[in-house]
Design a protein around this ligand. Structure first.
Ligand code: GLY
Ligand code: MN
Ligand code: MN
Length: 443
C-alpha cells in the first residue's frame, strides 16, 4: 500500500486541448457558458467540503467557486474567457488563496480573465451576435435567471441593431460525449483512485469482526482514503446482514453479527476522478452454505457480464448477460419458479435483482454519456470505463425459505474498454470465496 504513487496531474495543455475540442464542436456562431459549483451550506454558516462542478473541472481544472467559463468560438481577441474572484488579502487570510484574473491566465491558461463582479457588464456584449447558446439549463436556477437577464439586455437593443441569440441548446450534448472517452492522463488518475479504493476495501475486510460496528469498518476505509489524499467518491455503503439489501443504505451504524454478511460499496475520489468498488464478505470470515451459493452465483453473473466487455459489443449485452446468469441460478436454487424464458419475460428476477449492472464512471461516479443512440444500445469503444456490479438482495419477508432471507450481495468492479478487449482496473481486491476467506484470515 505504501507503494501507491500518485500520477502527474492533468497538464495545462490537456485542459486547453479539451476546450479546443469543444470549441470546434460548437462552431463559430455559438457561445458556451458554464458556471462553477456554488458553495453549499451544511449547517448555519459552515459549508460542505467544496467540490468543483465536474464539467467545469473537466474544462478548466480551476478549483474555486464564484467563477464562470465562457467559450466564444472564433473570437479574435481570445476564445476562452474566465470570470473569477479578484485577489483579496483579507478574505484570503480566512478562506485561502485565490488565483485572481491574473492567476487564471498565468496558471490555468485561459486567453483572458475578468473579475466576476464585472460579468453583468461584459456578458451581454459577448452574447450579442452569437446565434446559439450552449448552457446547462435547470442545473442552477439562480444562474438561469442571470443568463435570462443578460439575453434580455441584448434583446432590448434590437432596434439599435443588436442580434440576440435565438437558439438555446444543452451543453451536455457536446461536452458529455467528450467526457465519455478517457485520455491516458485521465486513466492514470482513475487507476490511482481505483487502487486506493482497492486498498481501502482490503483494510475494511480485515477491520471486520463479530461484535464490531459498521462505522468501524467505515473508519478503516477513511484511514486509507485520506492517507492517499483522496475523499469518498460518494457516501460509502457499509451494510451488515439485511442492511445489505437496502440499495442506498448509508446509516452505517448497526452492529456486526456473527453469521451475517457485510456489503461494502465504497470508492475513493482523486483529483475529481471517482472509483467505485463493492465487495461482500462474511463478518466472521467464513461464508455459510446459502451465502456461498448466492455469492458464487453473483460472481458467475459478474464474470458473464465482464465477458461481454469489448469493443463493438452493445453496452446492453453486459447487463443482459448478468441477468441471464442470475435468473438461471435463482431457478436452479429454487428461489424462482418456472422456465428461464418466462422469468426473463416477466422480469420475475427483479424481486431479487432490481438495478442495472453498471454505469459509466469518470469525474462523476455515475458519469455522463449516452447509453443509447437513436433508441439502440450504443456499442462499446476503447477509452470507455464502466462498472460491472450485479447483486442479489433477498430482503427479510421475501417469499422464500427463511435460510435465504436477509442476504444482500453485490460485487462491483471497474472495467476499461481497450482496443483488444477489456481490463478490470479494480481486480486487486480479493473476490473468489477462498481469496476473501484467506485475506480475512490474514493469509
Ligand atoms: N455506489 C454507487 C453505485 O454503485 O452505483
Ligand atoms: Mn456503481
Ligand atoms: Mn458502488
Amino acid at each position: 500500500m505504501a507503494g501507491l504513487k500518485p500520477p502527474a496531474p492533468i497538464s495545462r495543455s490537456e485542459y486547453q486541448r479539451r476546450r479546443r475540442a469543444l470549441l470546434q464542436m460548437a462552431q463559430d456562431d455559438a457561445i458556451l457558458i458554464l458556471p462553477a459549483s456554488p458553495e453549499r451550506v451544511r449547517s448555519h454558516d459552515t459549508h460542505h467540503p467544496y467540490r468543483q462542478d465536474s464539467d467545469f473541472e473537466y474544462l478548466t481544472g480551476f478549483p474555486e467557486p464564484e467563477a464562470v467559463l465562457v467559450l466564444v468560438p472564433g473570437r479574435p481577441h481570445g476564445e476562452t474567457l474566465l470570470f473569477c474572484r479578484e485577489r483579496h488579502p483579507e478574505r484570503e487570510q480566512w478562506d485561502g488563496p485565490r488565483a485572481g484574473p491574473e492567476g487564471a491566465v498565468d496558471v490555468y491558461g485561459v486567453d483572458d480573465a475578468y473579475p466576476i463582479d464585472d460579468i453583468d457588464e461584459i456578458l451581454p456584449g459577448l452574447l450579442e451576435g452569437r446565434s446559439r447558446v450552449y448552457y446547462h439549463f435547470g442545473r442552477d436556477t439562480d444562474f438561469d435567471l442571470k443568463l435570462i437577464g443578460w439575453v434580455n439586455r441584448v434583446r432590448a437593443q434590437v432596434r439599435q441593431g443588436a442580434q440576440p441569440p435565438h437558439e438555446f441548446l444543452e451543453l451536455g450534448h457536446l461536452l458529455h460525449e467528450l467526457r465519455l472517452f478517457k485520455s491516458a492522463s485521465e486513466l492514470r488518475q482513475m487507476r490511482f483512485a481505483a487502487n486506493v479504493a482497492a486498498e481501502a476495501q482490503k483494510a475494511a475486510m480485515r477491520a471486520t469482526r463479530p461484535g464490531g460496528f459498521e462505522y468501524q469498518v467505515e473508519a478503516a476505509l477513511w484511514q486509507v482514503w485520506r492517507q492517499h489524499d483522496t475523499v469518498p467518491a460518494y457516501n460509502p455503503i457499509v451494510g451488515a446482514g439485511s442492511n445489505g439489501c437496502v440499495l442506498h443504505y448509508v446509516a452505517n451504524r448497526a452492529p456486526l453479527l456473527d453469521g451475517d454478511l457485510l456489503l461494502c460499496d465504497a470508492g475513493a475520489e482523486f483529483r475529481g476522478y471517482a472509483s467505485d468498488i463493492t465487495r461482500t464478505w462474511p463478518v466472521n470470515g467464513r461464508f455459510n452454505a446459502e451465502q456461498k451459493a448466492l455469492y458464487e452465483l453473483v460472481l458467475a453473473a459478474q464474470a458473464a457480464a465482464i465477458h461481454e466487455a469489448r469493443p463493438g459489443r452493445p453496452y446492453a449485452a453486459v447487463h443482459d448477460a448478468a441477468v441471464h446468469t442470475l435468473a438461471e441460478g435463482l431457478l436452479s436454487l429454487g428461489l424462482l419458479k418456472g422456465t428461464l424464458k418466462k422469468v426473463l419475460e416477466t422480469e420475475a428476477y427483479k424481486a431479487f435483482y432490481m438495478h442495472k449492472t453498471g454505469h459509466w464512471i469518470g469525474l462523476d461516479v455515475h458519469d455522463v454519456g449516452e447509453y443509447k443512440i437513436a433508441g439502440e444500445s450504443r456499442l462499446q469503444e476503447p477509452g470507455m470505463v464502466f462498472t460491472v456490479e450485479p447483486g442479489l438482495y433477498i430482503a427479510p419477508g421475501s417469499k422464500v425459505p427463511a435460510k435465504w432471507q436477509g442476504i444482500g450481495i453485490r460485487i462491483e468492479d471497474e472495467v476499461l474498454i481497450t482496443a483488444e478487449g477489456h481490463e478490470v482496473i479494480t481486480s486487486v481486491v480479493p473476490k473468489a470465496v477462498d481469496a476473501v476467506q484467506d485475506w480475512m484470515a490474514g493469509r
